[in-house]
Design a protein around this ligand. Structure first.
Ligand SMILES: [Fe+2]
Ligand SMILES: [Fe+2]
Length: 185
């Protein structure tokens, strides 16, 4: 086999390999991004706050979007639903049980009620046409709830867990949040 032919075959094999990587990569890439993000941010509280910032940006974009932007609204809603689902599951499966073990039972109950309201609002949005002005009002209500809820977590609940009663368990919590994030990716 001459050098040119070998080169062409290697090129074809390389392209096929790239195709396979591209075909397989979506789920793995998302996990890799989640892992890299956690590795960069390190700590569970930092990660939760970063997820809040991303969610608030999506919700602001939703609330500020216009009725003529139906396709963008649908895309934003899909991203928001995915980000909110991931974040609330991390909290419900890891962070809230840790808060409960510190005696924060009623505070956790209130947060869970908020999560249920968020899911109901998302369902309303999914059932409302993006061209309907009611979509804008629903997006603004969800935005206000998430902003208020996240503020309470960041200003009251997370610091209590991070700096208070469970101070020594931050490394363990970070590990559990990372594992949960990868499991639900
Ligand atoms: Fe929450
Ligand atoms: Fe949160």
């Amino acid at each position: 086999m001459n050098t040119r032919m070998t080169g062409r075959l290697i090129g074809a094999a390389g392209a096929a390999a790239l195709g396979v990587v591209a075909g397989l990569s979506f789920g793995r890439a998302r996990k890799a991004v989640a892992k890299a993000s956690m590795a960069l941010n390190g700590d569970w509280e930092h990660q939760m706050k970063a997820e809040h910032r991303a969610l608030k940006k999506l919700l602001k974009d939703m609330a500020d979007s216009g009725i003529e932007e139906a396709a963008r609204r649908a895309a934003l809603l899909e991203q928001t639903a995915e980000a909110l689902s991931r974040h609330t599951l991390e909290e419900e499966n890891i962070i809230y049980p840790a808060l409960r073990s510190c005696g924060m039972t009623s505070a956790v109950k209130a947060q869970l009620d908020d999560h249920a309201d968020m899911r109901a609002m998302l369902r309303d949005l999914e059932e409302t046409a993006p061209e309907d002005p009611a979509w804008t009002e629903a997006a603004k209500r969800l935005k206000a709830l998430v902003y208020r809820h996240a503020r309470q977590e960041e200003q009251e609940l997370f610091p209590m867990l991070h700096d208070g009663a469970l101070g020594g368990d931050n490394a363990r919590l970070t590990q559990l949040v990372r594992r949960e994030g990868l499991r639900i990716s």
